[in-house]
Ligand binder design. Structure first.
Ligand SMILES: [Zn+2]
Ligand SMILES: [Zn+2]
Ligand SMILES: [Zn+2]
Length: 217
Protein backbone atom coordinates (compact mmCIF):
# COMPACT_ATOMS: atom_id res chain seq x y z
CA UNK A 1 0.00 0.00 0.00
CA UNK A 2 1.32 3.40 -0.99
CA UNK A 3 1.88 5.89 1.82
CA UNK A 4 -0.74 8.60 1.73
CA UNK A 5 -1.13 11.84 3.62
CA UNK A 6 -4.25 13.49 4.90
CA UNK A 7 -4.05 16.12 2.14
CA UNK A 8 -3.81 13.46 -0.53
CA UNK A 9 -6.83 11.65 0.91
CA UNK A 10 -8.75 14.91 0.93
CA UNK A 11 -7.85 15.60 -2.71
CA UNK A 12 -8.81 12.10 -3.88
CA UNK A 13 -12.14 12.47 -2.09
CA UNK A 14 -12.75 15.73 -3.95
CA UNK A 15 -11.97 14.10 -7.31
CA UNK A 16 -14.40 11.31 -6.44
CA UNK A 17 -17.13 13.81 -5.61
CA UNK A 18 -16.68 15.71 -8.89
CA UNK A 19 -16.80 12.48 -10.87
CA UNK A 20 -19.94 11.42 -9.03
CA UNK A 21 -21.65 14.63 -10.07
CA UNK A 22 -20.34 14.12 -13.63
CA UNK A 23 -18.47 17.44 -13.51
CA UNK A 24 -15.57 17.36 -15.95
CA UNK A 25 -14.56 21.03 -15.91
CA UNK A 26 -10.81 20.59 -15.59
CA UNK A 27 -9.97 24.09 -14.42
CA UNK A 28 -12.68 24.01 -11.79
CA UNK A 29 -11.45 20.70 -10.41
CA UNK A 30 -7.82 21.78 -10.42
CA UNK A 31 -8.80 25.05 -8.74
CA UNK A 32 -10.51 23.16 -5.94
CA UNK A 33 -7.56 20.82 -5.49
CA UNK A 34 -5.11 23.71 -5.33
CA UNK A 35 -7.05 25.10 -2.39
CA UNK A 36 -5.73 22.12 -0.45
CA UNK A 37 -2.17 22.80 -1.53
CA UNK A 38 -0.64 24.18 -4.72
CA UNK A 39 1.48 21.14 -5.52
CA UNK A 40 -1.10 18.49 -4.72
CA UNK A 41 -1.79 17.40 -8.32
CA UNK A 42 1.85 16.71 -9.15
CA UNK A 43 2.11 14.85 -5.92
CA UNK A 44 -0.90 12.63 -6.70
CA UNK A 45 0.49 11.87 -10.16
CA UNK A 46 3.89 11.08 -8.69
CA UNK A 47 2.37 8.69 -6.16
CA UNK A 48 0.42 6.98 -8.93
CA UNK A 49 -2.97 7.89 -7.50
CA UNK A 50 -4.20 9.83 -10.55
CA UNK A 51 -3.40 10.24 -14.24
CA UNK A 52 -3.92 13.45 -16.16
CA UNK A 53 -4.53 13.13 -19.91
CA UNK A 54 -6.02 15.69 -22.29
CA UNK A 55 -7.35 17.81 -19.45
CA UNK A 56 -9.10 14.94 -17.72
CA UNK A 57 -8.24 13.47 -14.38
CA UNK A 58 -8.58 9.73 -13.90
CA UNK A 59 -8.18 7.88 -10.64
CA UNK A 60 -5.80 4.92 -10.88
CA UNK A 61 -6.88 1.70 -9.12
CA UNK A 62 -4.94 2.65 -5.97
CA UNK A 63 -6.30 6.22 -6.06
CA UNK A 64 -9.78 4.85 -6.63
CA UNK A 65 -9.54 2.67 -3.57
CA UNK A 66 -8.46 5.54 -1.31
CA UNK A 67 -11.15 7.84 -2.71
CA UNK A 68 -13.79 5.14 -2.19
CA UNK A 69 -12.81 4.59 1.42
CA UNK A 70 -12.44 8.24 2.35
CA UNK A 71 -15.86 8.99 0.86
CA UNK A 72 -17.40 6.08 2.72
CA UNK A 73 -15.89 7.16 6.05
CA UNK A 74 -16.83 10.80 5.55
CA UNK A 75 -20.47 10.10 4.74
CA UNK A 76 -20.91 7.50 7.46
CA UNK A 77 -19.44 9.94 9.96
CA UNK A 78 -21.97 12.49 8.75
CA UNK A 79 -24.82 10.02 9.31
CA UNK A 80 -23.54 9.25 12.79
CA UNK A 81 -23.21 12.91 13.73
CA UNK A 82 -26.56 13.79 12.23
CA UNK A 83 -28.78 10.84 13.24
CA UNK A 84 -27.35 9.69 16.52
CA UNK A 85 -25.65 12.73 17.95
CA UNK A 86 -28.23 15.06 16.38
CA UNK A 87 -25.74 17.67 15.28
CA UNK A 88 -27.28 19.88 12.63
CA UNK A 89 -26.56 19.50 8.95
CA UNK A 90 -24.66 22.74 8.56
CA UNK A 91 -22.12 21.77 11.22
CA UNK A 92 -21.43 18.15 10.41
CA UNK A 93 -19.16 18.52 7.42
CA UNK A 94 -16.14 19.77 9.30
CA UNK A 95 -16.28 17.11 12.00
CA UNK A 96 -16.86 14.41 9.39
CA UNK A 97 -13.74 15.67 7.64
CA UNK A 98 -11.74 14.96 10.80
CA UNK A 99 -13.24 11.52 11.33
CA UNK A 100 -12.64 10.38 7.77
CA UNK A 101 -8.88 10.29 8.31
CA UNK A 102 -8.82 8.45 11.59
CA UNK A 103 -11.49 5.75 11.45
CA UNK A 104 -10.15 2.25 10.96
CA UNK A 105 -11.94 -0.19 8.67
CA UNK A 106 -13.29 -2.07 11.68
CA UNK A 107 -14.70 1.03 13.32
CA UNK A 108 -16.15 2.21 10.02
CA UNK A 109 -17.97 -1.08 9.52
CA UNK A 110 -19.24 -1.00 13.11
CA UNK A 111 -20.66 2.46 12.59
CA UNK A 112 -22.21 1.32 9.32
CA UNK A 113 -23.83 -1.67 11.03
CA UNK A 114 -25.02 0.42 13.96
CA UNK A 115 -26.72 2.78 11.54
CA UNK A 116 -28.33 -0.01 9.54
CA UNK A 117 -26.00 0.22 6.49
CA UNK A 118 -27.32 3.56 5.24
CA UNK A 119 -27.19 4.21 1.49
CA UNK A 120 -27.15 8.00 1.57
CA UNK A 121 -25.52 10.71 3.67
CA UNK A 122 -27.62 13.54 5.15
CA UNK A 123 -26.97 15.53 1.95
CA UNK A 124 -28.34 12.64 -0.10
CA UNK A 125 -24.97 11.67 -1.57
CA UNK A 126 -24.50 7.91 -1.94
CA UNK A 127 -22.39 6.13 0.65
CA UNK A 128 -20.05 3.58 -0.95
CA UNK A 129 -20.85 0.13 0.47
CA UNK A 130 -18.44 -1.76 2.71
CA UNK A 131 -17.95 -5.45 3.32
CA UNK A 132 -20.44 -5.22 6.18
CA UNK A 133 -23.16 -4.02 3.81
CA UNK A 134 -22.71 -6.76 1.25
CA UNK A 135 -22.87 -9.47 3.84
CA UNK A 136 -25.33 -7.68 6.09
CA UNK A 137 -27.87 -9.85 7.76
CA UNK A 138 -30.87 -8.41 9.48
CA UNK A 139 -29.06 -6.50 12.18
CA UNK A 140 -31.45 -6.53 15.07
CA UNK A 141 -29.18 -4.42 17.19
CA UNK A 142 -29.13 -1.54 14.72
CA UNK A 143 -30.12 1.75 16.27
CA UNK A 144 -31.41 3.11 13.00
CA UNK A 145 -33.76 0.92 10.98
CA UNK A 146 -35.99 1.42 7.98
CA UNK A 147 -39.74 1.55 8.51
CA UNK A 148 -40.37 -1.77 6.75
CA UNK A 149 -38.34 -3.51 9.50
CA UNK A 150 -40.68 -2.38 12.28
CA UNK A 151 -43.67 -4.33 13.57
CA UNK A 152 -47.25 -3.09 14.00
CA UNK A 153 -47.55 -1.27 17.27
CA UNK A 154 -43.92 -0.08 17.26
CA UNK A 155 -43.06 3.50 18.01
CA UNK A 156 -39.83 5.13 16.89
CA UNK A 157 -38.41 8.51 16.10
CA UNK A 158 -37.86 9.52 12.47
CA UNK A 159 -34.13 9.84 11.82
CA UNK A 160 -34.12 10.69 8.14
CA UNK A 161 -35.90 10.08 4.88
CA UNK A 162 -33.84 8.99 1.91
CA UNK A 163 -36.19 9.72 -0.94
CA UNK A 164 -34.51 11.31 -3.89
CA UNK A 165 -37.65 12.41 -5.69
CA UNK A 166 -38.29 15.85 -4.36
CA UNK A 167 -42.01 15.77 -4.99
CA UNK A 168 -42.59 12.74 -2.80
CA UNK A 169 -40.23 14.05 -0.16
CA UNK A 170 -41.99 17.40 -0.03
CA UNK A 171 -45.34 15.66 0.23
CA UNK A 172 -44.15 13.83 3.33
CA UNK A 173 -42.58 16.90 4.85
CA UNK A 174 -45.71 18.94 4.22
CA UNK A 175 -47.71 16.28 6.08
CA UNK A 176 -45.43 16.74 9.07
CA UNK A 177 -43.53 13.48 8.52
CA UNK A 178 -40.19 15.02 9.40
CA UNK A 179 -37.01 13.94 11.17
CA UNK A 180 -37.26 14.19 14.94
CA UNK A 181 -40.98 13.34 15.07
CA UNK A 182 -42.30 10.25 16.82
CA UNK A 183 -43.91 7.80 14.45
CA UNK A 184 -46.43 5.13 15.44
CA UNK A 185 -46.79 2.18 13.12
CA UNK A 186 -50.38 0.94 13.21
CA UNK A 187 -50.34 -1.80 10.61
CA UNK A 188 -48.06 -3.24 7.94
CA UNK A 189 -50.59 -5.10 5.76
CA UNK A 190 -51.79 -4.42 3.11
CA UNK A 191 -50.03 -1.07 3.49
CA UNK A 192 -47.96 0.62 6.16
CA UNK A 193 -50.27 2.85 8.13
CA UNK A 194 -48.36 5.37 10.18
CA UNK A 195 -49.39 8.13 12.50
CA UNK A 196 -47.30 11.20 13.25
CA UNK A 197 -48.93 13.75 15.55
CA UNK A 198 -52.52 13.86 14.28
CA UNK A 199 -51.70 12.82 10.74
CA UNK A 200 -52.39 9.25 9.71
CA UNK A 201 -51.33 8.03 6.28
CA UNK A 202 -50.83 4.80 4.41
CA UNK A 203 -47.61 4.08 2.54
CA UNK A 204 -46.66 1.17 0.33
CA UNK A 205 -43.73 -0.99 1.33
CA UNK A 206 -41.30 0.39 -1.24
CA UNK A 207 -41.96 3.81 0.10
CA UNK A 208 -41.66 2.67 3.72
CA UNK A 209 -38.13 1.38 3.02
CA UNK A 210 -36.97 4.95 2.57
CA UNK A 211 -38.00 6.17 5.98
CA UNK A 212 -35.38 5.53 8.65
CA UNK A 213 -36.07 5.58 12.33
CA UNK A 214 -34.16 5.59 15.56
CA UNK A 215 -35.45 2.97 17.92
CA UNK A 216 -36.57 4.60 21.13
CA UNK A 217 -34.70 3.25 24.10
ZN1 LIG B 1 -10.90 15.49 5.77
ZN1 LIG C 1 -22.90 14.47 3.01
ZN1 LIG D 1 -22.47 -1.62 6.07
Amino acid sequence: MQEKTREQEEALGIIWHFRERKIKDFDRIIGKLKEISPGICDCLVEKGFIEIKDKTIELTPSGEKIAYNITRRHRLAERLLHDVLEINKEEIDQSACEFEHILSDEVTDSICTLLGHPKFCPHNSPIPAGECCTKAKEELESIVVSLDKLKSGDTARIAYISILEHQRLHKLLSLGIIPGKILHLHQTEPAFVIKVDETQIALDKDFAKNIYLRRST
